[in-house]
Design a protein around this ligand. Structure first.
Ligand code: SF4
Length: 875
């Protein structure tokens, strides 16, 4: 592992450099072979070539145009490695990993090294096609948009807008993902979703409900500061190969022990100092087993818990049940090993936890993620560099597409679906709320969760009277989504055959195009890859990176946002939808899309990352520190790479981004943050706000509720507002306008204003962490018992001149009015809207979970014995 790297720009493929001299006739053959490093191989090859086969080569004239170097991002995983493309005369002729990128440090894995083939692949869908009489026929774009559009409009007329399902993608860039969510809102339905429902939805729900935001808290680079690393259900060596170099750096420089917990001995486990083999699905028991030793020995961080965590006592009483013997009985992990793990984690702080699909894709995945959070909180590893929950995401823009809410239950920025949220986005879009409401079958459906991707099949096959929408799903659009990642394939095939219309929009004809036995009613529309367009994508660490267009869309493909525009035009909503977005030759201006979501996404701070700032970062990657991610000098001096969200305020405020979530050692204006209270400020008379914990420089020395205009007035900070800002705030909801729905956002440089001051604090509520419902014990009422004295409720209201706690509690009605984000739980508990069936995904609780797991293991072992497989496979 190298600990020192050279910063340099890749200037192009070595072979091309060597060839340049050859074709111009300026070097001889020997020099060429030497430069290209081909001497040995070339000599071997020459000896194998018959003499008569050697002819004088006729080299083609070298192109006069100099090759252009462009930067984009690998499309194969969420690590976010920079791809440097070499483009000559509009042809993508070579690629190199980005040497200046602080994320990949000049490395690519095998997947990234092949992205040029992704664009140039011989199986690319070249032109629109339709299945007719059992044959694929080439058609024009005009015909495709008209025919598909007419069929959809007919379905809309007869069955309502919810009978068309829009399945989007983690392969959209942020601008396309945002436009896609806006697009199906303008169509008049919440029946849209994407792959995140299948992968990290359990993480988003678990993590957001624990400390506020549903995302990776630190960064790959920050792992350099870790003194211990525990990985659960993550095989980064294969799934996120370039990420592994950051872990190995911590191993090398800090001697950080690497603990890998996985039922399989993976390639990642091969790097581990401690490999923990657990029985599949026993993650919560394993974590509780580790915590048993931590609490038993008093190794928890008591001061951190006192200040920032609510409910740990209840966790402790549950953990008491998980003795080494009981844990071993359930997980198969020897008690002595978990004691060693606990001691290692306690002795090496700060430590980080990493998890991936092995932890999330379980029926109790949400419990697992809550338990991982509890472990980090008990150790005091949150909000510190080197600590955190480093949750590696999958697709290159799955974080961004989730944030843009290509989902069935919320609007961009996780603003739920209630009236306040719709009104907020209508203000951003500059459309009349009543007009927007009229696009939906009813207000009720406008405010109801749509069908999640995991259940669209039921939307097609279920009896109409069991679905809470006027009719079945009759048309399905797979836009950048191949459904082979989903279960229930036989039913899926049946559903695909029952549809009136199946539309696949993708660079490749996917699995969806071939599995249904249909003779007509399928359309394939060729989409461009991310290398044929531009825009931002959000890496796993919340950094946004701007990808440049390498080449024009190949063959007859079109970028996703252009296709959306063509459909919007066909549906007659283009004028409203693109009111403030320039369109040229049917292509919406990508930068205008960024600016539009900048205007509305206050909740998670997607407001400060203007296209200009993001492009500046890509152009000056070398100025960013490879560990802190902060620019040292250069035009982006002080910014954190990619302005990781939240990046508060508008671009003019120059917020640097937030590299590590919940880090109170910095002022909020410089990237600090406290936990976000999601459950109000008190519970049963107990304080849920932080106790004496606040970001450095905060004027309020404690936790505090959400900023509203009323609160600004009480603090006297409203006097800093300009007349325009005050008018904008009044227009929303007067004193009830909160920081998430105020669009004024104007901060003339250097002026000390209310929003600037609020920013110094934190825009949202500053809270402690709320642990009720954590992990396996979630349903137990005991967890909701008292955890402290009501007298402990800290009265920030004294400082802020606010009314008593019970009056400032954010009740649900007010939350709805203010457009507070809905529950981030991506799984729709009711399944298909109001479907009269019990949710098959039940929380698995404590001992019940253990018994369930043991029974399943025993059955599996018996099955393996019958099959003559080694017993260990069943463990
Ligand atoms: Fe691409 Fe991920 Fe490999 Fe990097 S680690 S090159 S982003 S697949």
């Amino acid at each position: 592992m190298l600990s020192k790297r050279e910063n340099r720009v890749a200037r192009g493929p070595r072979l091309k450099k060597a060839l340049a001299g050859v074709v111009s006739g300026s070097i001889d053959r020997r020099t060429f072979l030497k430069r290209s490093g081909l001497t040995a191989g070339g000599a071997a090859l020459a000896s194998a070539v018959p003499l008569g086969a050697v002819k004088k080569a006729k080299a083609q004239a070298m192109s006069s145009g100099a090759a252009q170097i462009k930067k984009n991002i690998c499309t194969h995983c969420a690590v976010g490695c920079t791809v440097v493309g070499e483009v000559s005369n509009g042809v993508w002729i070579g690629q190199e990993p980005g040497w200046d990128s602080p994320i990949n440090l000049g490395a690519h894995c095998a997947k990234g090294a092949s992205v040029r083939e992704h664009a140039h692949g011989e199986r690319r869908l070249k032109y629109p096609m339709k299945m007719e009489g059992g044959e694929w026929k080439r058609i024009s774009w005009d015909q495709a948009i008209n025919e598909v559009g007419d069929k959809m409009l007919a379905i809309r007329e007869k069955s309502g807008p919810d009978s068309v399902y829009w399945l989007g993608s983690a392969k959209h860039n942020n601008e396309q993902a945002y436009l896609f969510r806006k697009f199906y809102a303008f169509w008049g339905s919440n029946n849209g979703d994407h792959q995140a429902r299948i992968c990290h939805s359990t993480t988003v729900a678990g993590v957001a409900n624990t400390w506020g935001y549903g995302a990776m808290t630190n960064s790959l680079n920050d792992i350099h500061n870790s003194r211990a690393i525990i990985m659960v259900g993550s095989n980064a060596a294969e799934a996120h190969p370039v990420a592994l170099q950051h872990l190995l750096k911590a191993k090398e420089t800090n001697n950080a022990p690497l603990i890998v917990c996985d039922p399989r001995f993976t390639r990642t486990a091969a790097h581990a100092d401690e490999y923990v083999r657990l029985c599949p699905g026993t993650d919560v028991a394993m974590i509780w087993g580790i915590l048993w030793h931590i609490f038993d020995n008093g190794w928890e961080d008591k001061e951190f818990i006192r200040q920032r965590v609510w409910g740990m006592d209840q966790i402790k009483s549950e953990v008491k049940n998980w003795t080494p013997e009981e844990t071993e009985r359930v997980t198969g992990i020897p008690g002595s090993q978990l004691k060693r793990v606990a001691r290692t984690l306690a002795n090496n702080r700060p430590g980080t936890i990493i998890w991936c699909m092995g932890g999330t894709q379980h029926t109790q995945g949400n419990n697992n993620t809550r338990a991982y959070c509890v472990l980090q909180l008990a150790l005091g590893n949150m909000g510190v560099s080197g600590g955190g929950a480093n949750i590696f995401r999958g697709h290159d823009n799955v974080q961004g597409a989730t944030d843009m809410c290509v989902l069935s239950h919320s609007l961009p920025g996780y603003y739920g679906l209630k009236t306040g949220s719709w009104k907020h986005w209508c203000r951003v879009w500059d459309v009349d709320y009543e007009w927007m409401k009229g696009r939906f079958a009813s207000k009720k459906l406008m405010e109801s969760k749509g069908i999640p991707v995991s259940r669209w099949i039921d939307g097609v096959l279920e009896n109409k009277d069991k679905i809470d929408q006027p009719d079945n799903v009759r048309a399905m659009v797979f836009w950048g989504h191949a459904p082979n990642s989903q279960t229930r394939l036989p039913e899926m095939k049946t559903a695909m055959e029952k549809l009136d219309l199946l539309v696949i929009i993708d660079p490749y004809p996917t699995f969806s195009a071939v599995i249904p036995d249909r003779k007509d009613g399928i359309y394939l529309l060729p989409a461009a890859t991310q290398f044929e367009t531009s825009g931002s994508r959000t890496a796993t660490n919340r950094s946004l990176q701007w990808g440049e267009k390498f080449v024009e869309p190949l063959f007859e493909s079109k970028p996703d946002h252009t296709i959306m525009y063509l459909f919007a035009k066909k549906f007659g909503v283009d004028k409203e939808m693109f009111k403030h977005i320039a369109v040229k030759d049917d292509e919406p201006l990508v930068e205008d899309l960024t600016r539009e979501f900048n205007k509305g996404m206050w909740t998670i701070g997607y407001t400060g990352q203007s296209p200009e700032r993001l492009k500046l970062h890509m152009a000056n990657q070398a100025t960013f520190d490879k560990t802190t991610l902060q620019a040292k000098g250069g035009p982006a001096d002080g910014d954190f790479y990619g302005l990781p969200w939240p990046c508060w305020g508008n671009a003019a405020m120059n917020h640097p981004g937030t590299p590590n979530l919940y880090d109170t050692s910095k002022p909020v204006a410089e990237g600090g943050l406290c936990f976000r209270a999601r459950f109000g400020v008190e519970r049963e008379g107990q304080n849920l706000l932080a106790e004496g914990s606040y970001p450095v420089g905060s004027e309020i020395k404690d936790g505090y509720p959400e900023f509203t205009m009323a609160m600004l007035k009480k603090l006297g900070w409203d006097k800093d507002l300009t007349a325009e800002e005050r008018a904008a705030i009044d227009k929303v909801a007067g004193d009830k306008t909160n920081w998430k729905t105020d669009l004024s956002g104007g901060y003339p440089a250097g002026r000390r204003q209310a929003r600037v001051r609020a920013l110094r604090q934190r825009q949202g509520p500053c809270g402690g962490v709320d642990l009720p419902g954590s992990g396996a014990a979630a349903p137990r009422a005991a967890l909701h018992q008292s955890a402290g004295s009501a007298a402990q409720v800290r009265d920030i209201r004294g400082q802020a001149g606010l009314p008593p706690a019970d009056q400032v509690r954010v009740d649900s009605e007010e939350r709805l009015l203010q457009g507070v984000p809905d529950d981030p739980h991506l799984g729709a508990p009711g399944g298909v809207r109001g479907r009269r069936r019990r949710n098959p995904v039940q929380p698995v609780a404590g001992r019940a979970s253990a018994e369930h797991v043991l029974r399943a293991q025993s059955a599996r072992r018996q099955q393996h014995r019958r099959q003559g497989r080694p017993a260990s496979l069943g463990a």
